[in-house]
Write a protein that binds this ligand. Structure first.
Ligand code: ATP
Length: 196
């Protein structure tokens, strides 16, 4: 991943995620959470609050005593796609996404060097477990809420992770369609009875 101008990362910073587990360690306030947030951001996060800000341009490096504020933030993520896992990119061994935001609010998303829409990124990560809303990124506050939640609420988290929720909501939709069809059939039977 490459970060420039995002929160505390004024200088272009490269972070490599190797095989296995990567741990980021550092003193309080040194920018560990900012790394996770930069990933969430490039994956399409739209809520400034989820990134601990009031409005989106708050993610742009705001300057220090020694260094002027920057005018834009940019994060680029390089995905190893050698197993051709990402849909629509079967012939590409690497998929690169990037997001850039200027202070005046202008922003752009890129997919493999070409401008794209936020929607294209959503579609790219749909059902991969990696998207903006997936449970692959668990923030500190979220851990607390999981521990403090009721068993039924906790169950919903597991169901979401297992991909069961979408089937549950489809089942509800189908059940209500079945019910309205049954109502229509009852009504038809009444009419037929009356006509006889
Ligand atoms: P902790 O261990 O306390 O959780 P951390 O290592 O996760 O800390 P972060 O929360 O990632 O640290 O980083 C906080 C730092 O980022 C603060 O020093 C804050 O001033 C700085 N920071 C946040 N937003 C910006 C910004 N827009 N411009 C410059 N610096 C910023």
């Amino acid at each position: 991943m490459e970060i420039v101008g995002f929160k505390s990362f004024a200088d272009r910073t490269k972070i490599e995620f190797d095989q296995g587990v990567t741990a980021v360690v550092g003193p309080n306030g040194s920018g560990k959470s900012n790394i996770v947030e930069s990933l969430r951001w490039v994956l399409g996060e739209q809520s400034a609050k989820a990134l601990r800000g009031g409005k989106m341009p708050d993610v742009i490096f705001s300057g220090t005593e020694k260094r002027r504020a920057m005018n834009f933030a940019e994060v680029t993520a390089y995905f190893d796609n050698s197993d051709h896992y990402l849909a629509g990119h079967d012939d590409e061994d690497e998929v690169i996404i990037s997001r850039r935001l200027y202070r005046n609010g202008d922003s752009e998303f890129m997919l493999n060097g070409k401008k794209c829409r936020l929607r294209d990124l959503h579609e790219l990560f749909l059902d991969t477990g990696l998207g903006r809303d997936s449970l692959s990124i668990i923030s500190q506050g979220r851990i607390e809420s999981v521990f403090n939640s009721k068993p039924e609420e906790r169950r919903a988290i597991f169901e979401e992770a297992a991909g069961v929720l979408k089937y549950k909501s489809r089942r509800n939709e189908t059940e209500s369609k079945l019910k309205s069809t049954q109502d229509n059939m009852d009504r038809l039977e009444d009419i037929i009875y009356e006509l006889n």
